[in-house]
Write a protein that binds this ligand. Structure first.
Ligand code: SF4
Length: 347
């Protein structure tokens, strides 16, 4: 770790990161603030906040401050040290209220291996700025083996193939993309701001540039009105991208969002657990990929008759096509009951 001799520990930490980055205790480094699109009908994450690009010197100063904090938290062998943390807090009590202090401490404890670049769409940064910021992050923390970020399909597709390769080579390994649906009508209805063609082009370009790609889809998003076209067209779009990971994030309507208003007005009829599984069955049957299909979120709550979760919540999920029959068999088990209350993890 290259560290400046400073006691400036001030750096920003955003609120959101994918669950899989929480599972690996990723370092959160904020390159932009909030979401440059901010119009998706189901999303409440950044609704009251304005998007801002951050100047590269500001991002680099944050990275230097994190490095200084790491230095203060480790012993001469580079190991994170609880005594050092206690000494630091007694010298600088304000660190107790620092949102990034515990995050950095746990990141060091986990080996300092992974980082997540915040906030909602880092690929919106000018390519040279993104490359410079990534280079500083990688140069400062040699222990990092994986850097990931959220990105929108359309933004990826607006970069040239050479720009994408440059960003990947600067140290960004994995992109988390909110696909939500592959159905044109539904994408328009939820104001995703992309077409199925944009999703396919962005996904294929990300794959061609060498990124690991995680695509998130939202079971239940079309409600009873659009479930069938949502299931089928989502699978067909994913078939053309064939990303490394496909992650299920079933719809929960959030108060204050347009989709919640749709539900209240009867324009969106939420699926029952049984209907969700019927949609899931059609989607999985249509899916022809070599991806890992993951149910790594508590919203994947379906159970079998014995009360076991239907799917593992592991971040690595199920390897397709090998484990596709197993996933379909679990769906059949879920369809045998209406009592979907998770009691324990199925491992
Ligand atoms: S792009 Fe992502 S963060 Fe932005 S509004 Fe849509 S779902 Fe929310």
């Amino acid at each position: 770790m290259s560290v400046q001799p400073t006691e400036n520990y001030q750096f920003e930490t955003g609120v959101y990161r994918p669950p899989s980055e929480g599972g690996s205790f990723s370092l959160l480094v904020r390159f932009t603030r909030n979401c440059p699109w901010n119009r998706c009908g189901f999303c409440a994450m950044y609704k009251t906040e304005k998007f801002q690009l951050r100047p590269v010197p500001e991002i680099k100063a944050d990275i230097d401050a994190i490095a200084a904090l790491c230095n203060a938290l480790t012993d001469s062998d580079g190991r994170v040290c609880q005594d050092a943390a206690v000494r630091l807090i007694s010298r600088r009590p304000a660190l107790n209220n620092h949102p990034g202090f515990a995050m950095v401490y746990h990141w060091l404890h986990a080996g300092g291996k992974t980082a997540f670049v915040q906030d909602a769409n880092s690929m919106i940064m000018p390519t040279d700025a993104l490359v410079e910021a990534l280079g500083h992050l990688r140069h400062t923390f040699a222990s990092i083996v994986r850097v990931t970020s959220y990105a929108r399909s359309k933004t990826i597709a607006q970069k040239s193939p050479d720009e994408l390769v440059a960003i990947h080579q600067a140290g960004l390994d994995r992109l988390h993309v909110g696909l939500e649906s592959g159905d044109a009508d539904l994408l328009k209805h939820i104001k995703k701001g992309v077409t199925p063609e944009n999703h396919i082009k962005g996904g294929q370009m990300a794959m061609a540039a060498g990124f690991q790609l995680s695509e998130y889809w939202m079971p239940g998003l079309g409600g009873r009105q659009m479930w069938e076209q949502h299931a089928r067209n989502t699978a067909l779009v994913l078939n053309q991208i064939n990303p490394h990971f496909i992650r299920s994030r079933p719809l929960n309507t959030v108060p204050g969002t347009p989709l919640c208003d749709d539900e209240a007005a009867g324009r969106l009829t939420m699926l029952t657990a049984h209907e969700q599984l019927r949609e899931l069955k059609l989607m999985i049957q249509t899916l022809e990929v070599t991806s890992r299909v993951c149910f790594d979120h508590a919203a994947n709550y379906w159970t079998d008759r014995r009360g076991n979760l239907l799917f593992t919540h592991s971040y690595e999920g199920y390897k397709f096509p090998e484990e596709k029959p197993k996933v379909l068999e679990r769906i059949e088990q879920g369809l045998l009951t209406d009592n979907h209350r998770p009691s324990r993890l199925l491992l």
